[in-house]
Each structure stands twice: as structure tokens, then as C-alpha cells.
Ligand binder design. Structure first.
Ligand code: XIL
Length: 367
């Protein structure tokens, strides 16, 4: 090969490994495809992330800034500054906005479940009023701008019982109804969802179906069920995962993959699910890939991505959205949870914001 030709080939190499199409060009034919966006990005500080969003995504969720802790820092005070910026970011980048989340036991502000600023718990009446006020104010504020809301997040335990959160303990299971009713009144056009992790579990699946059917029987609006999908190389059991998709679709709601990522690191003993309060001590053996993923591991990870997307493709008539939990590996919450300070590789874009080659394969599945 002469020198000129060799130079030309080398110059074209990065182009060849970059997907010509975006994920949204292929997957977007069937459903929405998006990512959770962090505050740095929606504040305009991550241009490399913006390029990814423009090429690949058509919807987005705020990773943190629409949670009660962020929107309601003190009783009677609402702070929409960061969330409003996120919504204009989405408008600027032509992304449908998904709201996450109205009612959740985690990331609620300190004052939320207590009486004033004392340690004594809030009364049933007070919590009920706070819930209604929060949903009315927040959904009302974003009326017409948010396509759909995660109304209730993580209200069911793996054994199918209701989580004993302060909401449940004080208000009983009716808090779920109340939340859906109030959200619908505040924005009748917004879609409303129930969202949870470990959704492949049989008991959880059955409980979520009961919840959906119960809301429907009462004439309440529920459009979809979000399967968070914080997945790993050997979990969830994929047969069970598919069974849940079929079961939710059979309840007459849309299935959404809402927080997709793929943990590639070893799990600490006792780890499971995605409760954000889990926290394990760092040990060297839990953080083996600080210098990059070895080739054979990368192969295993790519194969797992394809297994997952094969399932999503197979269930494309049921799935209305696939949402990754973050944009690039460096920004993923899985570097800090459930063990702080690890180097994880859970997303489709690397630490330099480069597309991973498996993206091309995913796109091919949908062509
Ligand atoms: C996570 C965020 O990614 C982190 O930045 C934050 O510190 C904790 O919450 N399930 C959910 C998401 O519904 O809201 C969580 O997001 C991840 C687990």
C-alpha cells in the first residue's frame, strides 16, 4: 500500500467505527429512546454530552432535579430554577420531557415526614396535605411541558407487599390512588406511570399488576409501568424479565425501560435491587477495572447488551420507551453506588464520550 493510501485509511478509521445512524433513527421507529441528564449537562457544561443527545436521543429524564428533595427544599418553598433549565434544555435539543418523580420514599427533603423541624413524625393529615400540595404545584408548574410522570416510585417490596415507607405507614395504600388522582387533575394530558426496580421478580410482578388493575378499576388514569432495569451481567433472569413485560402489557399499560444501565463490576455480598440507601465498603476486589475493561470482559458486556436489546426488540409492540440512566460511563451513578469510588462501565458511551462499538450492533437489530 502506498503511503498516501495508508494515510487516508488511517484518517478514516474513527469514522468507520462511529455509528452512521443514531439510536433514535433506528429504535425511534418503535419507541422513545433517551437518557437521564444530570445537572451539569442541562446547565450547559457538557458539550460532548450534548452531541450524543442530539444524535441519539429523542427524550430525557432529569436525573435528580425534579425529585422532591430538589424542588421542595423547605416547607412552603418551591425552587424550580434547575428543573426549568432542564426543561428548556430538552426543548432546545428536541427531547420529550419525562418527569421523575412525584412520590418516593428516597430523596425526599428532611422536613417532609416530620412535624415542622422537630424529630416527631408528621401526622397523617399533614402528610396527606403535603402530598397533594406538592403534586398539584409541581405537575401544575410543568403542565403541557412534561409528556409523562413517574407518579409513584418504588412502593412495592420484592415479596410483593407494600413498602413500609412513611407514606404507607401513615396513609395506607390509598396514598398511591391519591397521587395518581391529584396528578391527573393537575395535568389531564400528561401520561402517568408507576416505576420500580427488580421488576423481573414474580411476587413484585404480580403486585404491580394488582396495583395497575386496582387503579384502573377505580377509574384512575395509569398509562404505563416503568421497569427501572438497573441490570447486571447475571441479573435479572431474562426469562422472568420478559414474563414481566408480557404481564404488564396484558394489564393494558405501556411497558417502559426507564433507568437502563449495565453494571459490569462484582457485586458486594448481600447486594440486590436498586434501593439507593444500600452502601457497601470499598474493597479492591470490588473495583478490578480501574485501568479499563479487558477484552474478554468487554466481549461479555457487549453480548449482554445485545441480549437485552434483542429482548427489547422482540417486545417492541409493548415497549413505548427505553431510557438509559445517564449518558456516558464517567457520569454514571454506578461509579458511586452501591460502593463509592469505583470505575464502572455501565452505559453505551465511554469516559471520552465516544460511542461504544456495540451501538452499531444495536442499531442493526432495529433496521
Ligand atoms: C439516582 C441518581 O442517579 C443519583 O445521582 C442520586 O444520587 C441517587 O438517585 N432509582 C431511581 C433513580 O428511581 O431516581 C435513582 O437515581 C437510581 C435508582
Amino acid at each position: 500500500m502506498n503511503k498516501k493510501l495508508l494515510f487516508l485509511c488511517l484518517a478514516m478509521m474513527p469514522l468507520a467505527s462511529m455509528a452512521q445512524q443514531g439510536l433514535k433513527d433506528a429504535i425511534g421507529k418503535y419507541c422513545l429512546i433517551g437518557a437521564a441528564i444530570n445537572q451539569w449537562q442541562s446547565d450547559g457544561q457538557v458539550p460532548e454530552g450534548d452531541a450524543i443527545v442530539d444524535k441519539h436521543f429523542n427524550c430525557a429524564v432529569a436525573e435528580n432535579c425534579m425529585k422532591p428533595e430538589s424542588l421542595a427544599p423547605a416547607e412552603g418553598i418551591f425552587d424550580f430554577r434547575v428543573a426549568d433549565k432542564f426543561v428548556s434544555y430538552c426543548q432546545q435539543h428536541k427531547l420529550k420531557v419525562l418527569g421523575h418523580c412525584l412520590v418516593w420514599h428516597s430523596q425526599a427533603p428532611d422536613w417532609w415526614f416530620t412535624n415542622g423541624y422537630t424529630a416527631s413524625p408528621a401526622s397523617k393529615e399533614v402528610l396527606r396535605e403535603r402530598l397533594i400540595k406538592h403534586i398539584k404545584t409541581v405537575v401544575g408548574h410543568f403542565k403541557g411541558q412534561v409528556h409523562g410522570w413517574d407518579v409513584v416510585n418504588e412502593a412495592i417490596e420484592d415479596d410483593g407487599s407494600f413498602r413500609k415507607s412513611p407514606y404507607f405507614n401513615l396513609l395506607g395504600e390509598e396514598f398511591i390512588e391519591l397521587a395518581f388522582r391529584t396528578a391527573h387533575e393537575a395535568d389531564p394530558d400528561a401520561e402517568l406511570y408507576y416505576n420500580d426496580y427488580s421488576m423481573a421478580g414474580e411476587k413484585k410482578r404480580e403486585a404491580v399488576c394488582r396495583l395497575v388493575m386496582n387503579l384502573k378499576a377505580k377509574g384512575l388514569r395509569i398509562d404505563g409501568v416503568g421497569m427501572q432495569s438497573h441490570n447486571g451481567l447475571d441479573y435479572p433472569n431474562l426469562e422472568e424479565y420478559e414474563k414481566s413485560m408480557d404481564a404488564f402489557a396484558a394489564c393494558g399499560v405501556k411497558v417502559m425501560i426507564t433507568e437502563l444501565d449495565l453494571n459490569v463490576l462484582p457485586s458486594p455480598e448481600g447486594f440486590g435491587g436498586a434501593d439507593i440507601s444500600q452502601n457497601f465498603e470499598m474493597q479492591q476486589k470490588l473495583n478490578p477495572y480501574t485501568a479499563g475493561l479487558p477484552k474478554d470482559k468487554q466481549k461479555e458486556v457487549d453480548a449482554r447488551w445485545l441480549q437485552l436489546f434483542n429482548i427489547f426488540y422482540k417486545h417492541r409492540s409493548q415497549i413505548s420507551r427505553i431510557n438509559l440512566w445517564g449518558v456516558s460511563d464517567g457520569g454514571s451513578w454506578l461509579n458511586g453506588w452501591p460502593v463509592k469510588g469505583r470505575t464502572n462501565y455501565p452505559l453505551l458511551f465511554d469516559r471520552q464520550y465516544k460511542e461504544k462499538p456495540v451501538i452499531n450492533e444495536i442499531i442493526k437489530l432495529y433496521q
